[in-house]
Design a protein around this ligand. Sequence first.
Ligand code: NAD
Ligand code: DAU
Length: 358
Amino acid sequence: MTRHLLITGGAGFIAGNLVHHWAATHPQDRLVVLDALTYAGNLATIGPLIDAGRVQFVHGDIGDASLVTEVLQAQAISHVAHLAAESHVDRSISGPGAFLRTNVGGTFTLLEAFRVHWLAKGSPEHWRFLHVSTDEVFGSLEPQDPPFSESTAYSPRSPYAASKAASDHLARAWQHTYGLPVLVSNCSNNYGPYHFPEKLIPLTLINILLGRPIPVYGDGSNVRDWLYVHDHCRALERVLLAGEPGSTYCIGGNNEVANLDLVSLLCDLMEELAPDLPVRPCRELIRFVADRPGHDRRYAIDASHIRRTLGWEPQVTVQEGLRRTVQWYLANRGWWEPLLSPEYSGYLEAQYGASLGA
Ligand code: NAD
Ligand code: DAU
């Protein structure tokens, strides 16, 4: 059966990787991307697929109800993978409004438009709406706490996490009240190709290549559970194709690493793989800077539910995934160099002060 799949946010990091994954693994499906091309959206990520006619690209906002309705109808969309969002915690602290508009308002608009479209077509049982969310909705763990799972109570602590939590509640309400075939996933930190360099891993790699300081918040002891983005895409594929509507799936890498250890690993890999680094040893670039307000201490995911029910587990170890990621950034300067715009420098200056030498 041919699916007509709408991927929102497809010019961004995870959804861009998902577009590539889906185009390669489901050549019979129609792929449509809706993306507003905010600072985080980059058409270069999926440009070759658009040029080849493999992906239909629609430039627009998920909060634009008439546009969303038109796309759903004109493209006869049967499946939605909803990833469009404002995604950076630091930006949510300095400017929360866009997070509420897109993550809450935009998700509402999309759910409601899809519901009307689904009803108009006789409520087809095989249609699906996958709402992609984050482990940050669960709050923060202490070192000895068990990992988050599907039964963990919500306790969001940043404007970003609160906006994602609200959108998760909307998605589940539309399933429970209207019977819309909605699935929700909550994933840990992703890394890999096409990651915008405001996030820790690509920021560190690019700063090492440019000989700029690497900012580490607080004492660098905060812990994240890292998952290679291709493994996340495989999980999303399983959930969309075989998940039970109304269910939630926690997705994680089982790879807890403290930030300072992660940055040190990246320094080692860069020294091994990159010729002509401006500063060696790279660790000399590390700077401990003011902590993120409300900084969550630790995230970790228990992914046993998706392993048991859908047979998914990560295939890429963090050592292998980081190596691939470093190699990708070394081989794809043409993707990230244009991102170092005056707007990006202005963001670094506002976020880190003069300490980064942007
Ligand atoms: P990203 O910031 O890299 O990309 C977001 C994309 O959404 C961009 O292309 C942007 O242009 C687009 N967008 C933003 N506002 C929009 C709007 N109003 N209308 C249409 N498009 C809009 O994000 P990401 O890191 O790839 O995250 C994707 C999704 O996965 C988000 O929902 C995020 O909460 C979730 N998530 C991310 C991670 C992670 O580690 N990055 C982990 C778990 C879950
Ligand atoms: O857990 C999933 C979440 O992971 C996603 O929902 C978010 O969209 C995604 O951005 C990510 O959030 P984090 O805040 O964990 O990612 P970030 O890369 O911003 O930060 C990772 C850790 O590194 C975190 O503890 C803060 C720290 N950090 C971050 C930056 C940008 C630094 O020490 N220095 C930095 O300059």
